[in-house]
Design a protein around this ligand. Structure first.
Ligand SMILES: [Zn+2]
Length: 459
């Protein structure tokens, strides 16, 4: 039962199709009806609707959130007097909030009072690779739209609701459920789901995957990559995976190809963060991403604050349009992305061509030039059976290659890898190799292929 032909659950006896869903299902389908239409709107229509919602959010934040009341009175006094005077030009002057501000401002970021119909608040925590712990309050409305976007992604990629959905991710227990979860359960009947934490040993994960035989597997890119490599090594191949869904980290360049070759399956990537939820979904026709503009404004900015042109990489600044509990307006998430051209699929939702990771994932050369290093790991793996690797730049001229493998790399292999990696860099760095038993990271933290410990301060 592909999502395209799935019939919603009916709450009326004997009335199977067209269905008359129960209330929660009606609400979810009403959201999908609107999202189905708005994705095709011309950019101007989308921008006009966004601005209406942004003004509504601003009016609320000025009344209820101390941080914005002080900030906007100081920087945009006209908007502070009349939120309806907010334009895209004045929005570009709205001061940017970063992770440390968010942490330091504490309760000044929270709405003093919330309209009852936004539901109660719950809390999410994130530390992320920048190491700044952040606490986020989320309303029921924000939760609802996060679920709605997950369902939109299933519909875009035409998932088969009758199959089993398996989830291996940080911070969950091993378990089972009769349905897929909040995004589908309200409106559709689905197959069952099963979950496992990423802390599970890789061999045990593979045993579990073969035993469960799900149609879908949801996990982080680094975990998926380790799993598919172990599967290839041992020849134990899961069958019947219609798709693998990844989230939360930048994609290793070779993951799509590995999944196609070893598991004969496709990869659907979702770009999201704890603070604002889903930011962009992979296009149904391409590997790039569409910003979910109905719920989030995603700006890709140059260092001087102006907007990046197509093909340029800039820092991502996000505005969550629906979470009134702790409004995030022009929040710098810390990731970089490449602005893409309008997509030929017909959706006018802006395109992010690539998501690049954090500033500390950039490299610097001895002349102080900062750049995004390529990591041709697919070429590496043809030289030696490296399981996982991470490049750490300790000084502007040298890079440590940490790798996980059954044995040491030979000198010839090291030289080959250094040559391939070196050809992708802008400077003849000295590479030093260290074999490690594991590349450690704390739970919930993203895996990073490249970390520089000697970058100059951001401009
Ligand atoms: Zn598209």
């Amino acid at each position: 039962m592909r999502s395209g032909s799935a019939i919603p659950l009916s709450a009326v006896t004997g009335q199977v199709w067209p269905a008359v869903p129960q209330a929660a299902g009606q609400t979810m389908l009403a959201a999908q009806f609107q999202l189905e239409r708005s994705q095709w709107w011309p950019a101007e229509t989308l921008a006009r609707r966004q601005l209406e919602q942004l003004r509504s959010l601003t009016a609320f934040a000025l009344k209820q959130v101390p941080h914005y009341r002080e900030l906007i009175a100081q920087h945009l006094p006209e908007v502070a007097r009349d939120p309806n005077s907010l334009t895209w030009e004045s929005f570009a002057q709205w001061p940017i909030l970063n992770k440390a501000d968010l942490r330091d401002r504490g309760t000044a970021m929270l709405a003093a009072a919330l309209p009852q119909d936004h539901g109660g608040m719950s809390w999410n925590f994130t530390s992320g690779s920048t190491g700044v712990p952040v606490r986020c309050a989320l309303t029921m409305v924000a939760h609802f739209f996060r679920s709605a976007l997950a369902l939109r992604s299933y519909i875009w990629h035409d998932l088969d609701f009758s199959l089993k959905y398996a989830d291996i991710r940080p911070g969950i227990g091993a378990g089972r459920a009769p349905g897929w979860g909040a995004s589908t359960n309200a409106a559709f009947a689905t197959g069952p789901s099963a979950s496992l934490p990423t802390t599970t040993d890789l061999n045990a994960q593979l045993d579990w995957l073969l035993a469960e035989a799900p149609g879908y597997l949801h996990s982080t890119p680094s975990n998926l990559r380790a799993l598919v490599l172990r599967s290839r090594e041992t020849g134990r191949i899961p069958r019947g995976l219609d798709a693998v869904v990844s989230y939360a980290e930048s994609l290793p360049v070779d993951l799509r190809q590995l999944l196609r070759e070893v598991w004969n399956t496709r990869l659907i990537d979702i770009y999201s963060c704890t603070e604002t939820g889903t930011i962009a979904l992979q296009c149904p026709r391409h590997d790039h991403y569409h910003v979910q503009s109905e719920l989030v404004i995603a700006e890709v900015l140059r260092d001087d604050g102006s907007s990046c042109a197509t093909g340029e990489v800039g820092r991502l600044v996000l505005t969550d349009l629906c979470n009134f509990g702790m409004p995030l307006i022009r929040y710098e998430i810390g990731d970089y992305a490449e602005a893409g051209a309008t997509c030929d699929c017909g959706r006018q939702l802006p395109v992010l061509k690539r998501i690049m990771g954090r500033r500390r994932n950039m490299a610097v050369d001895p002349d102080g030039r900062v750049f995004w290093p390529a990591f041709p790991s697919d070429a590496w793996y043809q030289i030696a059976p490296v399981r996982q690797a991470q490049l750490v730049q300790h000084t502007p001229a040298s890079i440590e290659v940490r790798y996980v493998m059954e044995r040491d790399l030979s000198e010839a292999e090291q030289a080959q890898i250094a040559a391939i990696q070196g050809s992708e860099m802008r400077y003849p760095f000295e590479f030093r190799f260290s074999r490690v038993s594991a590349i450690a990271r704390s739970p919930g933290e993203k895996f990073e292929e490249f970390i520089s410990l000697c970058l100059p301060e951001a401009p």
